[in-house]
Design a protein around this ligand. Structure first.
Ligand SMILES: Nc1nc2c(c(=O)[nH]1)N[C@H]1C(S)=C(S)[C@@H](COP(=O)(O)OP(=O)(O)OC[C@H]3O[C@@H](n4cnc5c(N)ncnc54)[C@H](O)[C@@H]3O)O[C@H]1N2
Ligand code: MOO
Length: 409
């Protein structure tokens, strides 16, 4: 089969996929994005390469932690009740001969406790005197087991430390190393190509008559990276049907993310380009403000497209509603935990039928709505900690709102 014929066959398959949700309720759109993809294949990679990916298997301890009885303080390991006769020293990384009752050895934090030791006397709590034979005698109070981290205190060998589906953060890397891992089983990173549409956009300098700065080219990549994606590239595509069609058709990315061109303006070619490339809309418009023209589509070759509206706050809504849930699904990442609903410090008016997403900050009085929340504005978002989810009809002051955390970068 020629490449063109193969592409056509694939296009037919995509077109006969799931039904299109049009103008669907906001919660259903998020669920549809999450359900649109399966996790990418599993790879075993070195720890450094696993950062930012997602655990494909539960992380089990390969050893007891600590792996040996450990001194938690600098001082002396002692055996039995005092006073003790002092001899020698054991440092971290060294091993030491057994201690008989009445004996003590100088010990460093992290050193292996000698067999027979019953506790550790901190340096600042012990007093040394000289015995008639010239040896040192140690006095002090030590409870049994004091300042000892016993073997297996944190976990036993084979114990599950973390579940699959967790993002590999720096803390996860540290724990994996501590527990004896050299490599981790993680999902392949989803790849993304960002296509920024709009002839009016400037990438540098001052906005001028009819010209606006591209706000989404700088805003989106850190969020995509934070979601575990690999950005293959970010480029501007002129308002030209053929250029957009070809950019979508030939993108090698798992997710083609576009900004602008979702509505019905004279040069809004996204829907037509999607159709021409054999894409099948899964979600076409969502009952949410801002952001209602956002869309999600299946593309030939198992790829996906998320179309973010051009207005920057609407694009953010589309990112949170469609792009990030899809990326989480591809990465095999568990959905971020939804926090408890929080009380509002002031009323948040609603849309008659759509969900609203409103930038908020947490204050002592509750969630404070931020001004400058228009679809074309980022001033409110830039100070926001989260977006409050406002159901149709709105919420009064004191009522509780679900909050959508802004993604980490
Ligand atoms: N007749 C209708 N017109 C519009 C509707 C509608 O329902 N009926 N919806 C409006 C809504 S809501 C939105 S949101 C926008 C969506 O428009 P597009 O996705 O087609 O985006 P553009 O037309 O290309 O741009 C809209 C606006 O955003 C600015 N923009 C675009 N990209 C960027 C960027 N990267 N950085 C900063 N600003 C950007 C662009 O200059 C426009 O001002 O459609 C409404 N119209
Ligand atoms: O999605 Mo539009 O930005 O609601 O105005």
């Amino acid at each position: 089969m020629s490449r063109a014929a193969a592409e056509r066959a694939e296009e037919v398959r995509v077109t006969s996929g799931a039904p299109t949700l049009r103008g669907c309720p906001w919660p259903a759109a998020r669920r549809a994005a999450r359900a649109a993809a399966r996790p990418l294949p599993v790879e075993r990679v070195e720890l450094a390469a696993a950062a930012g990916r997602t655990l494909a298997e539960p992380l089990a301890a390969l050893t007891d932690l600590p792996a040996f009885d450990t001194s938690a303080m600098d001082g002396w390991a002692v055996a039995g009740p005092g006073p003790w006769r002092l001899s020698g020293r054991v440092l971290a990384g060294q091993s030491c001969a057994p201690l008989a009752d009445g004996a003590a050895v100088e010990i460093a934090t992290g050193a292996q406790l000698p067999p027979g030791a019953t506790g550790v006397l901190r340096r600042e709590h012990g007093a040394l005197t000289e015995l008639p034979d010239g040896a040192a005698q140690l006095r002090g109070e030590v409870a049994p087991g004091q300042d000892v981290r016993p073997r297996g205190q944190e976990c036993g060998r084979g114990e599950e430390l973390l579940p699959a589906g967790l993002a590999v953060t720096p803390a996860v890397l540290g724990l994996a190393a501590a527990a004896g891992h050299d490599r981790l089983a993680v999902h392949r990173r989803p790849t993304v190509e960002l296509l920024v549409l709009g002839d009016e956009l400037l990438v540098a300098g001052l906005p001028g008559p009819g010209r606006v700065r591209d706000a989404l080219g700088p805003l989106l990549p850190p969020w995509l990276a934070g979601a575990g994606a690999e950005l293959l590239g970010s480029r501007h595509v002129r308002d030209d049907f053929g250029l957009l069609r070809d950019a979508i058709r030939h993108s090698p990315a798992d997710l083609v993310l576009t900004t602008g061109g979702t509505a019905a303006g004279p040069v809004d070619y996204l829907h037509a380009a999607l159709e021409a490339t054999g894409g099948h809309p899964l979600v076409d418009g969502v009952a949410v403000r801002p952001g209602h023209p956002m869309l999600l589509a299946a593309l030939p070759g198992g790829r996906h497209l998320v179309g973010l509206p051009g207005n920057p706050l609407a694009a953010v809504a589309g990112t949170l509603t469609l792009a990030l849930p899809l990326l989480h699904a591809l990465s095999g990442r568990a959905a971020p935990a939804v926090g408890p609903a929080e009380p509002l410090a002031a009323a948040l008016p609603g849309h008659p039928v759509d969900t609203r997403l409103h930038p908020v900050r947490r204050t002592a009085a509750g969630l404070a709505p931020l001004p400058h929340d228009g679809p074309a504005m980022l001033r409110g978002l830039a100070r926001a900690e989260a977006l409050a989810v406002v159901p149709p009809g709105g919420l009064a002051a004191g009522e509780h709102a679900e909050v959508l955390a802004l993604p980490s970068a």
